[in-house]
Design a protein. Structure first.
Length: 216
């Protein structure tokens, strides 16, 4: 009888284990790195707007980005034209981890005496990025803060901030704007482009509040 009970117990355990593994395999994997997008609609767009995409220099990388963005717009069902009635433009900035660490350290030093022998923080990036091409990743350098402050911190990684502006060509009036924040893992432009195209296009013409997206 004991032998029979042991066999039944083993069989039930095997079934439960198989079921748990099957459920785990069916669940989507959690993304390791996440970004966020916030957007603000100033003026409603017409039913079938035509879009153009402006870049500020004709580097190989920026031309490739414009091509990828235009292609993604078309695949999403939007009309695109060099003379489109609405024009997208982009600006970027980087919030350096080292600079943030230095600011935090300075604040702590101001409040509390530094113990003798304390290790110094890295200063390889001091925030002076006027000659860094990555701050001009898709257009001009962003010099204004986002309309909605990002929640993503840069205490672990440098943070890339991207602003997207959609203007009416004829009046130059801003009709929609979006701000993205994401960890800058390896300054990998192709990875960044893959990650941001979908979230931007899904959000065109509506308001969004800190909507998360996967950094692929």
């Amino acid at each position: 009888m004991n032998r029979l009970m042991k066999s039944v117990t083993r069989a039930v355990s095997a079934v439960l284990l198989f079921g748990a593994l099957t459920v785990a395999a069916a669940l989507p994997a959690r993304a390791q790195w996440m970004g966020e997008l916030s957007s603000t609609l100033m003026t409603p767009l017409p039913p079938r707007p035509s879009f153009a995409v402006r870049i500020y220099d004709d580097t190989k990388e920026n031309l490739a980005f414009r091509h990828a963005f235009v292609d993604a717009l078309r695949r999403a069902g939007y009309q695109t034209s060099r003379t489109g009635a609405y024009v997208f433009s982009f600006a970027t900035s980087i919030t350096w981890k080292a600079k943030r660490q230095k600011e935090l350290q300075s604040e702590r030093v101001r409040r509390y005496p530094v113990e003798r022998g304390e290790a110094r923080l890295p200063t390889s990036r001091d925030g002076n990025f006027s000659d860094n091409p990555e701050t001009l990743m898709f257009g001009e350098r962003r010099t204004t803060p986002p309309l909605i402050a990002p929640r993503i911190s840069n205490t672990e990684y440098d943070r890339l901030d991207i602003s997207v502006t959609l203007r009416e060509r004829e009046s130059s009036r801003v009709v929609w704007t979006a701000d993205l924040a994401l960890p800058l893992l390896h300054e990998d432009r192709e990875r960044i482009v893959r990650s941001i195209l979908g979230p931007i296009i899904r959000t065109i013409g509506r308001n969004a509040d800190h909507e998360p997206f996967e950094v692929k």
